[in-house]
Design a protein around this ligand. Structure first.
Ligand SMILES: Cc1cc2nc3c(=O)[nH]c(=O)nc-3n(C[C@H](O)[C@H](O)[C@H](O)COP(=O)(O)OP(=O)(O)OC[C@H]3O[C@@H](n4cnc5c(N)ncnc54)[C@H](O)[C@@H]3O)c2cc1C
Length: 486
């Protein structure tokens, strides 16, 4: 008998979502990730959980409705990671006419009718906080509801849930070869050691590596795909309101500017064809300047390229360059050829559904229980999304040494599992050494023991975003702490 029913190559959002779905349906699953979870495109997404308003312009009504239904599911199953936000589109006489935007938003509201989020509205920005940060005296803006998510934590908590349901998650484990027969025989380099495992089926969910994994690891013809790169920049906070601005740039692209980790603003997204090694996806100087120029067209506070504190770039495969970020899945099998499922691209919002559909494709090969992920909360997500503030309050009452913002960060990251980090601590010093003003030894230990963090970057960029504010000396202390804790 094969060691596993399913071996998944790739620990991005697609891979972990399939691992969670399959493990919950009773399959014996192993996931192999060559680096850290979410180290690829999945930690550089625009962080939107949305119906995609722009889809209405392209007349993708069914797709928008499906994504809006998924948005509601995320609010229910990940109320800590997913936050409802008001999006604001300042009206601009040279761009899409007001009547057109208004009619899209009415349709958007109708398609999202059962969400419980506030409907769209037209606001007079001269008397509204939305207008404070804007450069020109815009008369009106259109407001509507959508959500944002902490993308890399979504990946990590999905993996935590998959593991809780029996999946084996191996980070630092690169699949180097897979021989195909009635079952697959995989060779992995797992933290330096060569290992061989067998599996009844393989999922290639290696994102931008999809073609190279197909050709060099699985030795099958690569799928017909195009590689796309998305880019975002992080700058100091440009506005105080809690809105996400959507600007209609002069070239027709939509540019998002959203609050990011309290003191910063995230501006994106520009996507374009990608060529090169997916392990080094860097943002070109011209693309940084493009996003700065776009922001300067609208915001009072000017930014230059030297103000960019971090760039976020990711690459993934899309079916073809014209299909935008549409992903695809294909199943290949035959007599004496164990199944190979290839899944790539697609947006964050529909990742749960995509995984459900992918695993369902394998039902002819295994007995498995029915679909289940639409109603099962992710770890720590066992409260209603509109009780987030109450959760923060309860945490502050129990652990009185926590400040408001710190409690918010912890609840947003861990939900009700925050108690597993804070335990019975009565004061901060009981949580071990401090790395900067917020990160404690207790949190780092938790991330190492329960969430596969191995290196400082795993903690500072993918499990938290505290790398944005951490001083070099605190980072060094963190590195020493983690090395000693292994
Ligand atoms: C241009 C573009 C625009 C996008 N825009 C949006 C958007 O507007 N909204 C939205 O929601 N989403 C968007 N996305 C989608 C989103 O960011 C990702 O596509 C999504 O997170 C799924 O990623 P993934 O799991 O396929 O790939 P990744 O996150 O890249 O994961 C693949 C993983 O496979 C691992 N791997 C590779 N080879 C091996 C091997 N041999 N052994 C072990 N591991 C291996 C890599 O290390 C990597 O971690 C966009 C994507 C693209 C490409």
């Amino acid at each position: 008998m094969a060691d596993y029913d399913l071996a998944i190559i790739g620990g991005g959002l697609n891979g972990v979502s399939i691992a969670r779905d399959a493990a919950g349906r009773g399959l014996r699953v192993i996931l192999l990730e060559q680096g850290d979870l979410a180290a690829g495109a999945s930690s550089a997404s625009p962080r939107l959980i949305h119906g995609d308003l722009a889809g209405l312009e392209r007349r993708h009504f069914l797709r928008v409705r499906t994504a809006l239904a998924e948005r509601d599911i995320w609010l229910r199953i990940a109320p800590h990671l997913v936050r409802p936000m008001r999006f604001a589109i300042p009206a601009h006489s040279e761009e899409r006419p007001d009547w057109q935007l208004r009619s899209w938003l009415l349709l958007y509201d109708r398609l999202a009718s059962r969400s419980g989020l506030p409907a769209s509205a037209t606001v007079d920005v001269t008397h509204h906080p939305i207008g404070n940060a804007l450069k020109r005296p815009f008369g009106t803006a259109f407001e509507y509801s959508d959500c944002v998510v902490d993308d890399s934590r979504l990946v990590v908590l999905t993996a935590v849930d998959a593991a809780a349901r029996g999946a084996v998650i191996r980070t630092g484990a690169r699949c180097t070869r897979a021989e195909r027969g009635k079952e697959w025989r995989l060779v992995t380099i797992d933290r330096g050691f060569r290992q061989v495992i067998t599996a009844r089926a393989i999922v290639n969910a290696s994102g931008a590596w999809t073609s190279s994994v197909a050709e060099t690891v699985l030795r099958v013809p690569p799928p017909k795909v195009a590689a796309e790169q998305m880019d975002q920049i992080v700058v100091r906070r440009l506005f105080d309101s809690d809105n996400i601005y959507v600007f209609q740039n002069s070239d027709g692209r939509l540019i998002f500017a959203s609050p990011y980790e309290r003191d910063f603003t995230l501006i994106g997204t520009a996507s374009h064809a990608f060529k090169g090694d997916p392990a080094i996806v860097a943002m070109a100087a011209g693309d940084v300047a493009y996003l700065c120029d776009a922001a300067n067209r609208y915001f009072r506070e000017r930014i230059e390229t030297v103000d960019v504190v971090r760039t976020l770039s990711g690459a993934n495969m899309v079916r073809n360059a014209a299909s935008g970020r549409n992903g695809a899945m294909t199943l290949d099998h035959g007599r004496g050829r164990a199944p190979l499922l290839t899944v790539f691209g697609g947006d964050v919002t529909t990742s749960r559904l995509r995984a459900e559909q992918a695993v369902s494709k394998l039902t002819p090969f295994y007995p498995m229980s029915p679909r289940w992920t639409a109603t099962a909360p992710l770890p720590g997500g066992d409260f209603a999304w509109d009780r987030f503030d109450n959760e923060v309050e309860e945490v502050r009452e129990r652990w009185r040494f926590l400040g408001e913002e710190e409690a918010r960060r912890l609840v947003a990251a861990y939900g009700s599992n925050v108690k597993a980090i804070l335990g019975d601590a009565k004061e901060r010093s009981e949580l071990g050494p401090a790395f900067g003003s917020e990160l404690t030894g207790a949190e780092v230990r938790y991330l190492m023991q329960r969430e596969w963090a191995r290196f400082p970057d795993d903690v500072l960029w993918r499990r938290t975003k505290l790398g944005l504010t951490m001083l070099p000396e605190d980072r060094e202390a963190l590195a020493a702490f983690m090395a000693a804790a292994v």
